[in-house]
Design a protein around this ligand. Sequence first.
Ligand code: MRU
Length: 331
Amino acid sequence: MLVLDQRKLPFEEEWVELKGAGEAATAIREMVVRGAPLIGVVAALGLAAEALRLEAHSLEEFLAGVRRASDILKSSRPTAYNLFWAVDRVVRRVSRARTVEEGRRAAVEEALSIMREDVEANMRIGQYGAEFIGDGDTVLTHCNAGALATAGYGTALGVVRAAVEQGKAVKVIATETRPFLQGARLTVFELKKDGIPVTLIPDSAVGYVIEKGLVDEVVVGADRVFLSGHVINKVGTYPIAAVAGRHGVPFYVAAPTSTIDPKGEAEEAVIELRGAEEVRRVMGKPITLPDVDVINPAFDLTPPDLVSAIITERGVAGPPYPESLSRLLEL
Ligand code: MRU
């Protein structure tokens, strides 16, 4: 499989080849690819590629190899629920095979379905979400929840795209998103490509733009949503939700149901802690003393009382979330 190396954007568009589960896991861990839905899609395709090349003399040997590869993929990053959802889905499908050849085919079919369904889900999320966006509105978004973070179209940026396709004039305010700069590098890149007006702000200017009345609504993506309505997303999302709530600005989360963890509890959420060098440096250049202590959480947890609605491909969930999300998931 070929993936666009997101570490190099927006300055270089370089595609890299991932040959199997090990290379897919490394690409996810090192953030060559990132964004919860895309992580799921790449993991599924990585597992399918592994299933195609696994040497096995029996079905049992083949299934053991697929399970080993799935464990490698699941250990790449801990937070995005889509990763576990996608890998388990491929493993479940492969486990029903009666021969090795059937198993290889099943893995490829399931991974490709996951990829196609993700684009369809995003387009439906866009249709539901565009209802909340008025003509002339300015939407603040955080991180990159766009085409680059998914198999295509995007979740939060899918909502913006759908509103624009409906003929609404929509402007976007994008946060830089330190330390990996997904907003500055990726959101700006893809919105500029689509001709959607975008203004970049430092993360620390969120309070300023919201207090000044420059934002009509916030729309962000998610890495894991709990049935309680707690939302894990890129670190910095929680303070945005808090400031939006303080000023009565709606805070929407756009995410496919593959991001909703039906069994987990917010209290036990695993927030990935990344290396200190990501904070000590910007684009490889040191910005502080080399031995300073660093805390570098990749995500934070926003409580449900700050979330105005969760927009999924199956419809919009509002508070109380345990009821509305369970209904959407048909639990
Ligand atoms: O660390 P990242 O870049 O993988 O984090 C991505 C985010 O937090 C996104 O907002 C989230 O995955 C939603 S992407 C549609």
